[in-house]
Design a protein. Structure first.
Length: 235
């Protein structure tokens, strides 16, 4: 049996360095596209564009969701942490797994058309998918609140900050971005590019902080955050 022991601070630093590289690539792409007039550069600009999907930033964001889902599953397995409310950790793990698939496949974007036409949404609600996702996020927060309150103070603070960062980027700034998109149409400008950079950076930053928080929680309760590999048959 072999084990990989994960250090929360080291993992967070690595993920933040990757995020910084992606942000620098995005900013370089914005300069190339809107200042120098080169929107492709051998396909590298759209490959790192925060305002498009199914590229390198999308893949990184998806992997962050899956990493969080794995850690939530580990917390669910640890009865010392999950105790009476074990189901919420498993449910969160499934939610993050689905959100990762959603992020890569753009499933939430497909909800915009039916909600937009049915409710005739405009302005901040132009991206109408924020309505069902916002309601779902609120309900999830209400259910998780009693569990969150029983955690130790620093863990509560870190989880709250990570949630605020993610929701600010994924929902609140997305709503403002939808209003800008409605006004500009397909002709996005430098302002939209900068806005997308801030929005996606907050999302990924929130997910990275949540990863650190969960790893720290596992260490506080279990002594380490370990992934075990074994060739033994569990049965």
């Amino acid at each position: 049996m072999k084990a990989i022991v994960l250090n929360p601070a080291r993992v967070m630093k690595i993920l933040l360095v990757i995020l910084l590289i992606l942000v620098l690539a995005q900013v370089t792409g914005l300069v190339m596209k809107f200042v120098l007039g080169h929107g492709l550069v051998f396909g590298l600009v759209p490959l790192f564009d925060f305002n498009t999907e199914q590229n390198i930033p999308t893949l990184f964001n998806t992997l962050l969701f899956f990493f969080n889902a794995s850690l939530l599953w580990m917390i669910w397995k640890d009865r010392e942490i999950s105790h009476r409310h074990r189901w919420i950790w498993l449910f969160l793990s499934i939610v993050f797994l689905l959100l990762g698939a959603d992020e890569f496949c753009e499933l939430h974007e497909k909800l915009t058309a039916p909600f937009h036409s049915g409710l005739d949404t405009t302005g901040l609600l132009f991206y109408a998918w924020v309505i069902p996702y916002g309601i779902a996020a609120l309900l999830l927060a209400i259910f998780f609140l009693p569990v969150w309150w029983r955690l130790e103070p620093r863990t509560r603070l870190l989880m709250a900050v990570s949630a605020i960062l993610y929701v600010t980027g994924a929902i609140l700034l997305e709503m403002v971005g939808g209003r800008e998109f409605e006004q500009l149409g397909e002709e996005l400008d430098l302002k939209c590019g900068i806005f997308a950079t801030i929005e996606e950076s907050l999302e990924m930053g929130g997910l990275i902080l949540f990863i650190y928080t969960q790893m720290r929680l596992l260490i506080l309760k279990s002594g380490n955050a370990t992934i075990l590999f074994s060739n033994q048959d569990p049965g």
